[in-house]
Design a protein around this ligand. Sequence first.
Ligand code: FES
Length: 619
Amino acid sequence: MSTEQYVPVYDMEDLEAEGRTVVQEDGQAIALFFHEEEVHAVDNRCPHMGFPLVRGTVEDGLLTCHWHHARFELEKGDTFDPWADDVQTFPVEVRDGQVYLDPDPEPTVPPVTRWRNRLADGLQENLTLVQAKAIIGVDSVARSATENASGERSDPRAEHGDGFGTPLETAVDFGTRYRAGGWGSGLTTLSYMAELYPAVGGRDRRRAMFAGVRAVADDVAGEPPRFQQYPFQNRELSKARLKTWFRESCEVRDDDGAERCLLTAIESLPPGDVVEILVAAATDHLYLDAGHTLDFVNSALATLAHLDWEAHAAPVLASTVPLFTEATRSEELSSWRQPVDVAALCLDAHDRLDDLVAAGSGRRWDEPEGFVETLLSDDPGAIVEALCDAIAAGATRRELTDAVARAATRRVAYFATNNEFGDWNTVHHTFVYAQAAHELAGRTDATEGYRACIDGAISVYLDRFLNSPRAPVAGPADVADDRDPADVRSDLLACFDEQGQVNRAGRLVVEHFSCGGDPADLKRVLGRALLREDANFHTFQNVSGAFRRFDSLAALEAGSADDPETGHGEAVDIDEERRLALVAGARYLAAHTPTRRSNEQTFSIATRLHRGERLHEAE
Ligand code: FES
């Protein structure tokens, strides 16, 4: 090792007499210990929470911090306590009665690798502070490497590199391997935090990844691991055969058989065919698992869009199999059978789909005036017929799922606060199901996608009493239009500090639009409000869903390369729809805040440690 960068830092005789001291080098405090006739140099800040290690105890080659009693091997700094992390040590030499040290030693592993390893430790041990430190650490390294000149970013994976990709990939690998139950609420939260990521600013992006990683670790903690099946050797099996086998295996709740079929499809078919198989099975029964199956499958596919399909499709999609085989089937629920047998209505419409699609082939549907009001009506027969007529008139899956999602958005936006609190989740589930169906319609044009429209619309129907009476959501004419949007956002953020501000939060969203505020700024504030809370799964899911709904409306309006004329007709007030999407998210968030914000405290500690700020008053 070169000794050129060694610098003299202390008198050896004095160190022998004192036993320990602190020196400052390049702005960092380094503790020197004279122990067992040797000199040791360690970062004076305990890697756990910054307590000065010079105040620790040294005995038998072991340094023990006095704050939470983390122990470190004195020479190389390895910790006995994974929650504390290893401490940085510095090579030392004694020359001419002086202690010399290298203040900037070569790292033993690249910084990104080190933080990835720490993140894995944090996931395995479910240590939130370790997770937060690792996410901040890797993002910090990545930012300095990838910041481009303009500062503009669009695709998170490409633009944010390791700060985004490392937490996502590490947590996905961990969550899909170590949870026998497969893809659950943790990985779904992670997925939707990844979608939220570009909409929030600065440090909230780190908070988003922290929320996702934390959710995965929580979901996996205490669970048995997963053991993945293998694909069949025969790679010549057709899509039709694999699709049939997968659905039949799910039908009889055969996890292993279904997983082998799916893995074979992943190995031998293009991704679009795999998506088609999943959407077909996810809609073979009605509104599986209160909508979770479709939403979770969509979240798994959204996650894969940020990862390498070849490397990750098998573990990610195999982990979704229990969502199909263990799900509650809504046609088995009395609420779907009585007093009106809406399950029969849905199943009958499913049976007619091939004919309806054939009738609509080559036709272009214009959404009729009042279509969403029909979907919100109390006549399930009329609702299903309106959908069937639309399909026969050429409505695409994207158009029809969008209409159902607009209806479902109103159930949340207009949710009456005199309902039971738990019923927020009834309307929420329908909303996220409808949005997931819309996103899946963008991933596959399988006919089965229409089944999700029908089932989603019937769930909207079943939720109708939760809008009776409708919550008093303000319209543009009811609010000020001359306030500074920044003041409106400030008031909105304050709403989430106090319970019972549901309607006020909705009103302020409307006001922000009326005052000409930029929706991107509004989303950033809503994102901040979400990410500082100890939000539960549904709250993360809902706010992310509201943002994605907002974005979907714009995307549909813009059409697509394949179908540039796709878009909303004149019957749709796009401004109102976008406003309502964020009203829905803001109202749901306000109903579930404030929380204890303990995770924000952990994140704040990790941030301060990263900046080198002192958490402990002692020198
Ligand atoms: S163990 Fe050292 S600060 Fe916690």
